[in-house]
Write a protein that binds this ligand. Structure first.
Ligand code: 2DT
Length: 213
């Protein structure tokens, strides 16, 4: 069919609580794929470099106050402003590793009490990841790792709510859950395997799909 892409990149998302090791694993995975000669980029959301991203950054640093709905929509807009670039990268064969995506959007906002369906609505039509890896760790263990920074959401009580919200989202075959309490090298090994499978499937022409429609 015309949707079929000859050799596209994979859209790979890592999700998890603060201090789960997500950012380190994203970095290691990126280097690994690069060394293998793959076209690959490492992205993150929020992307704090755009105008919208700067508003988000100031909110997270407690330097501004915004209504819960308004900040939710800014996080979503921050993904929409990157959507077309994302699609063209993938179509040209570049794999994208993304540190947080719409699932963080829904998990964090619904942890504040916003309705889950309301939270999902602005995400509908964004590209659906080919793989979501959730790095599982309890909020207590994550907190023990130390160094919750001073940002708005980095508090144990809130992280407990976020875990519960994530649980309602990971019901789908594109999610793989890894035990983030294992030694970093073990997590890395497992991650590489899952990701390589996904990269090959996408290269063979897996069609694109969109979130939550
Ligand atoms: P980092 O610490 O990873 O920069 O994330 N967040 C993130 C949301 O509330 N909604 C979203 O859509 C996204 C992508 C999670 C900063 C914080 O922002 C939260 C942690």
């Amino acid at each position: 069919s015309s949707d079929k892409i000859d050799s596209r990149g994979a859209l790979i998302v890592l999700e998890g609580l603060d201090r789960c090791g997500k950012t380190s694993q994203c970095g290691r995975l990126h280097s690994y794929l690069e060394e293998l000669g793959h076209a690959v980029e490492l992205w993150r959301f929020p992307d704090r470099n755009t105008g919208v991203g700067q508003m988000i950054s100031s909110y997270l640093a407690n330097k501004s106050h915004l209504d819960d709905h308004a900040i939710h929509l800014l996080f979503s807009a921050n993904r929409w402003e990157k959507r077309s670039l994302m699609e063209s990268k993938l179509r040209s064969g570049t794999t994208l590793i993304i540190d947080r995506y719409s699932f963080s959007g829904v998990a964090f906002s619904s942890a504040k009490g916003l309705d889950v369906e309301w939270c999902k609505a602005p995400e509908a039509g964004l590209l659906a990841p080919d793989l979501v890896v959730y790095l599982g760790i309890s909020p207590e263990k994550a907190a023990e790792r130390g160094g919750y920074g001073g940002e708005r959401y980095e508090k144990l009580e809130f992280q407990k709510k976020v875990v519960e919200s994530y649980k309602t989202l990971c019901d789908d075959a594109t999610w793989k859950i890894l035990d983030a309490t294992l030694p970093m090298e073990d997590v890395e090994k497992q991650l590489r395997q899952i990701v390589m499978d996904c990269v090959l499937t996408c290269r063979k022409g897996k069609p694109f799909s969109e979130l939550w429609q």
